[in-house]
Design a protein around this ligand. Sequence first.
Ligand code: LLP
Length: 421
Amino acid sequence: MSTHPPIPSRRLLEAVETWGTPLYVYDEATIRERCQSLRELFGTLPYRLLYALKANYNPHLLRIIREEGFDFDAVSLGEVELLRRALGVGPEAILFTPNMLSDAEMREAAEQGLLLNIGELGRLERFAAAYPGHAVALRVNPDLGSGHHEYVITAGERSKFGIPRSDLPRAIEIAQRAELRIVGLHQHIGSGIPNPAAFAEAMEVLLGLADSFPDLEWLDFGGGFPIPYRPEERPWDREEIRARILAPLEAFLHQHRRPICFYFEPGRYVVAEAGLLLVRVTELKRVGSRWYAGTDSGFHHLIRPVLYGSYHHIVNLSNPHGPLRPYTITGNLCESGDIFARDRELPEIRPGDVLAILDAGAYGMSMASTYNLRELPAEVLYTTEGRFRLIRPRPDRAAFIEQILRQTAFVPPGDVAQLDT
Ligand code: LLP
């Protein structure tokens, strides 16, 4: 990140004029740049990049990422269907890594020809019984995890994910009995991994397992590449990545002389810094010694600060040169925890000001809800030609409520009366 939005403030205020707030804005150039930088980084190796669309599934962004040469990491049949319908992407471009899969989902996945990445012994047993001779991948728990918050550490002894290393002999036995071909080993140790050393340490575990799997075609090290959210944070150092991550992979290929492809599954890195959430200040309120700036959004639109205590840099777009003062920036939900930032120094905030909440492109809109029956934000794309394109219109309130009535199959009394007459 920087302390500035990737799009000129003047243009962002224009977008607010046109589409109002709350509004997610994404910068196409930043997304393409992040994709290219990953391709450049891994380009000397046999590699494959799978975008984790849970970070942001807007189909307009998926198309850009697809154009940049990415395949996809999907975790639900919903994600698979969106990829197919939006981009015509089929099973050959998807690694399917669900967890706690049901039997019905397994059958559907197999019928669609998806390669299933299995992280539970029980599921492997049921897959083996139903699909002997098939190809399959195993999600491994390398016994060490790392991430920006306890909730996003997805390996290690307190994690529900992956087959523990100690269970791998049993997994091999199950596979052998059913003549399953284990074509890939996967791990994803967490999200927002603070340094390349933690990633590399887990990587060594997976590399060390490769020899026990004769049919192996690829190793997948998951996602987890962080972005700097705070002004004082820095991205992973490229030299360190080369030394700790790329060099061991090159050495592995050299030693083993097996045609193994290396997969990575970035989500956050691709889209986080490209996106920001624009909100309008609706209220300024003094409580004791504290100033609260209330906005027309909240954790229903960006849950990261509340769920993980995450820091998102905030910029006062409409009063950038005002005197600095501490504010607690809140949303408009009926919960005390609905806070974007506490005691944050910002240029003087006035009712009506527009604030930009930065680095919100990943796990912002994709985790948004309609809690309190507030509509989802609109989304716009700032194209590489410097134009805005509406990529999700703001839902119309009447249609939004109508949808709830329809989904609940509820017939309002007036309508019944009409039907009766
Ligand atoms: N692959 C798998 C199997 C995953 O579960 C995830 C994320 C990724 C790849 C992509 O990870 P990334 O590169 O984005 O770190 N909502 C949280 C993050 C949850 C990540 C869940 N899994 C947040 O806002 O920080």
